[in-house]
Design a protein around this ligand. Sequence first.
Ligand SMILES: Cc1ncc(COP(=O)(O)O)c(C=O)c1O
Length: 327
Amino acid sequence: MSNEIGESQVRYYALARQALVQALQLAQVGNGDNVLIPALICKDVVASVHTVGATPIFYEVDENLAPLDFAKFLNFKAAIAVNYFGFPQDLKIFEQQCELVGALLIEDNAHGYLSEDSSNRRLGTRAHFGIISIRKTLRIADGAQLLVNDNSIKLLPTQLTFTQLSPGLRPTLQRFLLRIQQSIRLPLLDWTRSLVRIGRILVTGKALPVSPSSAEFEEIILSAPRESSIKRIKQLDEHAEVERRRALYAKVDSVLTKCEVSPIFASLPHGCVPYGYPFYASARNAKSAEMLVKHLGVEVIHWPDLPESVIDLAPNHYKEVWLVNFL
Ligand SMILES: Cc1ncc(COP(=O)(O)O)c(C=O)c1O
């Protein structure tokens, strides 16, 4: 790549979409610039691109979630490569194309805190910029990182002052219920989730939250995470969390051989710390899968809420992605 990748400089934000806005600003992406993003993506990433005034250009991904026809893109200022569910994306074609057109590469590692590729490189450190949504790995109200790995960028904005807000009712309650669940072996967290889903069906008609179409045009304002979230990130026993996630992946994999779902990835690569267990299934089969893994204290979610500009032409596999969430 044209600009050298070196030691990471880190800034914390409340959300990874904010870290992405900052990355785009540091890459001097603005009005009239094109940013390549995968079509299999959530609306928040699109909103970050719109926030800096740039135009998202979607590239397709195949069933292994690798880019298709990427070499055809010649007019863009930055490209985003996603490590879906913490599984390392092969960056070679992205690096080649960015080098060719003089664009910068952003590694969207929102899903992959602690994860590494087969050369033991931490995900998020392999491109000019990396973003990580740590709150998807830890039960905290907020917490995301921007990694600036491009050696030529010397001047970063100062770290926003961490807020003194309380740790947040939801993650605190979830951690509390989980602790009780583990000691008395009653699925309190499951019951609470079911109650929340019933409430949501009554109010919105859907069991899982759906972001409004306007979400992709929402202006993303940068904000700092809570000091309490940062404290929890620093206190994390990383080794234990890596082991827990990898062991859970193996367990879910063995349980789900009994139902009609297809894992997205054929195996769990060395060093990979999965966000969860991603699989393809119809809604009906995903429900059956959920029943089979429920006893492990995990939830099955559908991902992503596709952007409006993608949904009509999206291939079937984009609409059949489910995740056993290990949070
Ligand atoms: C691939 C990807 N990138 C970025 C984000 C944004 O993360 P956050 O919710 O922390 O802003 C998400 C959120 O779901 C995501 O799935």
